[in-house]
Design a protein. Structure first.
Length: 325
């Protein structure tokens, strides 16, 4: 089942449709306010994600650390990258952008790449380090939220512009261990070369996709494919596909009552035991434990707050849409 087919409970008696970015709707924006300190948030999806904390404190959890994110700080997540957050202080809020790389292809010059921010490990990604930068990011995020709420003339262009401003601010003035040389090798053009392999990854496939199959889809030799994929996505294809499959399992555990072994096989694992180690690595608990606390887990695409602005999908311009066909 595709992400765009899923429905999640937004509040008692209310549901929201979930639509992820595509060629017709390249950017999606989501805003939350009034987060409760007991809530634990988890997500995995195909689009890139940037989240800006607009008020309060979140905790970002990954394989190695827990990082407290305060007002004006950001989190970044690449394609099919599992990410976990907790509302660390009641009243926390955020603005989140989902987008596809092609969305920005005509915005940045080839030597002004932004994709390297997502390709490096989480510990090396840029972060707002000055009070001035944090204030600016909050202002940009709130402007995007207001434009999406009001939907005045050309609001979609303003939101896309705000996304670009956030990326530029991270590239220019924020701290991190991202080196210029590797960034120069990562571009949307490079991403397009390995995009066919990413499109092979989908829920319910029932098997693993081999590296040779992925390379063939991109019309590349296996060695050349390996170099191109790791350069663009920051991980080998095998690791990238594994984290996606584990994410599909997590969603099925939370959304269905299907036995763990059946879900594991549906996502290409031999059985629940084969799944266990990988699941613990990405989600911090066993599949059984995860399902047991599913009522306390919230996907970011479902509400994390008392007041919700539903996700707004921003349409592309006719010229851009025609070019992508």
């Amino acid at each position: 089942m595709r992400d765009s087919d899923r429905r999640h409970r937004a509040a008692p008696g209310e549901t929201i449709d979930v639509t992820t970015p595509d060629a017709l709707h390249p950017v999606t924006i989501y805003a939350s306010e009034g987060g409760d300190g007991s809530q634990f948030l988890c997500d995995i999806h195909k689009p890139f994600e940037i989240g800006i904390v607009t008020v309060g404190v979140f905790e970002l959890l990954d394989d190695f650390r827990t990082v407290r994110l305060r007002e004006g700080q950001v989190w970044l997540a690449g394609m099919w990258e599992a990410h976990r957050l907790r509302v660390a202080k009641e009243g926390a809020g955020s603005v989140v952008f989902w987008f596809l790389p092609e969305t920005l292809e005509e915005t940045f010059a080839p030597n002004q790449t932004w994709m390297g921010m997502f390709a490096v490990p989480p510990t090396e990604r840029p972060q707002a380090v000055t009070a001035e930068s944090r204030r600016l990011l909050v202002s940009i995020a709130n402007e995007a939220r207001q434009e999406a709420r009001d939907q005045r003339l050309a609001w979609d262009a303003v939101v896309r512009h705000n996304l670009v401003r956030i990326l530029v601010e991270l590239l220019r003035n924020c701290g991190g261990a991202v080196e210029p040389a590797p960034l120069a090798e990562i571009s949307v053009a490079a991403f397009r070369r390995i995009r066919p392999a990413i499109e092979l990854i989908r829920p319910g496939l029932g098997r693993r996709i081999s590296v040779s199959e992925a390379a063939a889809a991109c019309s590349l030799s296996v060695p050349r494919f390996h170099v191109n994929f790791k350069r663009a996505m920051g991980a080998s294809f095998a690791a990238f596909a594994l984290r996606a499959r584990v994410g599909f399992v997590a969603h099925a555990l939370a959304a269905t009552a299907v036995p763990v072994d059946d879900i594991a096989r549906e996502e290409g694992f031999a059985d629940g035991s084969h799944l266990h180690r990988s699941f613990v690595r990405y989600w911090g608990c066993s599949p059984g434990e995860y399902r047991g606390r599913r009522h306390d887990l919230h996907y970011l695409r479902s509400p994390i707050e008392h007041t919700l602005m539903p996700r707004v999908v921003i349409p592309s311009s006719p010229a851009t849409t025609n070019k992508r066909r």
